[in-house]
Design a protein around this ligand. Structure first.
Ligand code: PLP
Length: 422
């Protein structure tokens, strides 16, 4: 696998290594004359395929004999058995162990769940892979609970409708599959990510030949504690997606990725998008909100951006801070850049960041440059709620071990909408 990442020009020396542990592979050494497999390069960019003697189209100006070239340029690419592919997938995973571990995956293509990360793969001819025709969503796993699963699932299915993908399962079955995938993973803290795709079929632009839409889900363990340290943001120069695409959570996240990279290039955490009228919109995977000098919580409306499940929950939890006198009011409305930069507090809100204080936007220090008290209070409220589990099923919040977790998840299936707090 590692050798596949090596430039072709450098691969020939690897032949020996490959043959050492791949007895079944067909490997071509430079000492052998060209044989049935592999490919060869002719001059002027023409590739003659080895399975036929006369199948290469020759450029009329090409004078050098192909036999001459064959002797110097041959293939080092092995033809692998399926067992070898799986072996190599496993080895390849081991070479880049990350902080995140993939504990379980469901695929409607397999029709089940696997806990072997090496085979957590999807078909290349899936319309989501080669045309970006897919939608996705997430849900945090905290102390064995899937936080706001139903809200995320609703948005997931709305996104699928907007992307004209007819899910392979109804809502209840999809929900049950997602919960069972988490149950099989035994994950206590991490995240569940899931995708609906037009499915595998062919490589055409139209999905009309896609055999069957597909559902994929993966459970990712993440033990890192939530961070409350204030961060810096910049204004994104990458154009925001038009509203039709920004309101759905499709897999077309290239602008989001470029925007995040732009932020990282400036040692910032995220780049903030402005909408076409110059109002504050959102970050690449989070919403934004502010606490004004008048102690009002203001948040841009969701008509042209993604309707964040966490942001919506923050709006509800903030009502408690109004009751306590820490906030004077809550408004969802247009927010100008000037107002945002002059605010006492700025925060990023999303399933990944939860509620994260912003202490600098471009060159402007926000408030007194420290993490704002309202922001930290909202973060604590979210964390408490995530840990406490469904308010309608408090008996499920006993201290956790694996058997309790399994039981909780089973109960979640049975409770259905009981997990919904709104
Ligand atoms: C573009 C965008 N905006 C906002 C959010 C925040 O949404 P949520 O709170 O549901 O995670 C996300 C999250 O993925 C996002 O991708």
């Amino acid at each position: 696998m590692a050798s596949m990442r090596t430039p072709i020009s450098e691969t020939s020396f690897l032949v020996q290594n490959w043959s050492d542990h791949s007895q079944n592979s067909l490997i071509f050494s430079q000492n052998l004359s060209f044989s049935r497999h592999g490919f060869r390069c002719l001059q002027f960019g023409i590739v003659k395929l080895p399975f036929s003697r006369s199948n290469a189209v020759k450029n009329s100006s090409q004078t050098q004999s192909s036999t001459e070239i064959e002797s110097t340029q041959i293939s080092d690419v092995p033809l692998l058995s399926s067992t070898e592919v799986i072996e190599r997938l496993r080895t390849s995973r081991e070479t880049y162990k990350s902080k995140q571990q993939y504990l379980a995956m469901f695929s409607s293509v397999f029709g089940g769940i696997t806990t072997d990360p090496a085979i957590m793969v999807i078909p290349l001819d899936d319309h989501m892979v080669h045309r970006g025709h897919g939608v996705f969503d997430t849900a945090a796993i905290m102390d064995g609970y899937l936080y706001e699963l139903d809200q995320h699932l609703d948005r997931f299915l709305r996104s699928a409708t907007m992307a004209k993908i007819k899910p392979p399962f109804d809502r209840e079955s999809t929900r049950r599959i997602l919960i069972q995938t988490v149950s099989a993973s035994k994950c206590i803290k991490g995240s569940l990510r899931y995708w609906l795709s037009a499915g595998p079929g062919d490589f055409q632009l139209s999905p009309s030949r896609c055999h069957q839409s597909a559902l994929y889900a993966i459970v990712i363990q993440d033990q890192s504690p939530s961070d409350h340290i204030g961060i810096k943001v910049v204004t994104s120069s990458v154009p925001i997606k038009p509203p039709q695409f920004a309101v759905m959570k499709s897999v077309n996240y290239l602008p989001n990725v470029l925007s995040k990279m732009e932020a990282e290039e400036s040692d910032a955490y995220a780049a903030i998008w402005l909408d076409d009228d110059g109002f504050i919109a959102e970050g690449p995977n989070m919403n934004v909100a502010f606490v004004t000098k008048e102690k009002e919580l203001v948040m841009p409306s969701f008509d042209k951006i993604l309707s964040g499940c966490t942001a919506k929950r923050v709006l509800v939890l903030a009502e408690g801070l109004v009751r306590d006198g820490k906030l004077q009011g809550i408004k969802v409305r247009d927010v100008t850049v000037e107002e945002g930069k002059e605010a006492d507090e700025m925060m990023l809100i999303g399933s990944g960041v939860l509620v994260r204080p912003v202490v600098q936007w471009d060159d402007k220090v926000i408030g007194n440059g420290k993490e704002g008290p309202v922001t930290l209070a909202l973060l604590n409220l979210i964390l408490e709620e995530m840990k406490s589990g469904p308010t309608t099923a408090n008996d499920l919040t006993a201290s956790i071990d694996i058997s309790v977790l399994q039981e909780r998840l089973t109960n979640m299936i049975n409770l259905g909408a009981a997990h919904t707090r709104d």
